[in-house]
Design a protein. Structure first.
Length: 85
């Protein structure tokens, strides 16, 4: 079955579901696997992965395990690393 036919088939089945709990489960599955972007290597990033990584980053910032840099510091690091002075 090609993608278009699969989408139509799934849509028809979803429209016939009357069980609200099942619809909520489907919604959660779709949202969990929702691709919101791609990483530097071209691999997809799901919404749930992004939220998890941001939560971990915020926790690391709060505990002091992650260092934040200002724009000026980033520019200096780049210019120094690539000898762009």
């Amino acid at each position: 079955m090609d993608t278009k036919a699969l989408k139509i088939s799934l849509a028809q089945k979803i429209l016939n579901i009357t069980d609200n709990k099942l619809l909520e489960k489907l919604k959660n599955i779709i949202e969990k696997e929702n691709i919101i972007g791609f990483d530097g290597e071209g691999k997809p990033i799901t919404e749930s992965q992004y939220i998890k990584e941001m939560d971990e980053l915020l926790q690391n910032i709060k505990t002091g395990n992650e260092k934040l840099y200002s724009t000026a510091e980033i520019i200096k690091k780049i210019t120094d690393e690539f000898n762009l002075d």
